[in-house]
Design a protein. Structure first.
Length: 271
């Protein structure tokens, strides 16, 4: 695929993320309610998640009818073009339900299992992050123009600010809390924002030194993982593996290996 084709994919992802973000920000009903649950009664879906995914898939299909989709709220088609869009229409649904600002629209385009383009829009922060493989990571926000993203210089692990997330299945989150308790004395501190996509973009922007989480799906990771890597971060799963539902780790080069090894030693990938 040529650079021009990559740019076309990026432009389409940006437009879809912008429109979905506006829908979610401006169309949020005052009486927003839970439409369904997923892994547990506290893992929720709202009607806005569903509406945003329909908007995104509908727009992309107008321009690229042969592409496939993998979306959190059920979009799943193979397509015939070799390009698949991996979509989280509302990453941070519980934050959104409660009126907290840390939520995002995450859209990635992949081919042959490799992510080519990633866009994460955080409307309540007024920020949009994007990356094309091999062309760096960039953001727009309150500053003028586009800003190239670079992760922070390497810090000693005991000075690292690390973010994480917790699963909605009680047994899993209890184990995750134990892991966090063991890590806290070894780090500067731990944060829990509630959106994997935003955490990965904040790592790319130099606002965090590391991030880890168990139980993520492809749509949680695809765009943010590319943006973090294009900003100079390292990403992976268990040692020698790619990020997966078992474990996802992302960090600055100096923090990545020791953090990953601690998570392996502590058994962060299993109960």
């Amino acid at each position: 695929m040529t650079d021009a084709q990559h740019s076309d994919l990026l432009a389409l992802a940006q437009e879809a993320a912008r429109r979905a973000g506006e829908l979610l920000r401006d169309g949020r009903p005052a009486d927003l309610a839970v439409a369904a649950t997923k892994s547990s009664p506290i893992d929720v879906v709202t009607e806005m998640d569903i509406a945003a995914e329909k908007l995104i898939t509908g727009l992309i299909s107008e321009y690229r009818p042969d592409d496939g989709f993998l979306g959190e709220e059920g979009a799943s088609t193979d397509g015939t073009s070799g390009v698949r869009w991996v979509i989280d229409p509302l990453d941070g649904t519980v934050n959104y339900l409660y009126g907290l600002p840390t939520w995002a629209v995450s859209i990635a385009a992949e081919q042959d299992g490799e992510t080519l383009v990633g866009v994460v829009a955080a409307p309540m922060r007024g920020e949009t992050f994007h990356a094309v493989r091999g062309r760096g990571a960039w953001a727009r926000g309150a500053w003028a123009g586009e800003r190239r993203l670079r992760c922070r210089p390497a810090a000693p692990l005991d000075q690292a600010l690390v973010s994480t997330g917790f699963n909605y299945v009680t047994e899993v989150r209890t184990h995750q809390a134990d892991i966090a308790q063991r890590l806290i004395p070894l780090l500067r501190d731990i944060r829990r924002g509630g959106s994997a996509a935003i955490d990965l973009c904040d790592l790319a922007a130099g606002r965090l030194d590391g991030y880890y989480e168990r139980g993520l799906h492809a749509w949680d990771l695809a765009a943010g993982d590319l943006i973090a890597r294009e900003a100079g971060a390292l990403t992976g799963g268990r040692p020698g593996e790619r990020p997966s539902g078992e474990l996802a780790v992302a960090a600055t080069p100096g923090v990545f290996e020791p953090l990953q090894q601690l998570l392996e030693d502590f058994g962060a990938w299993h109960d």
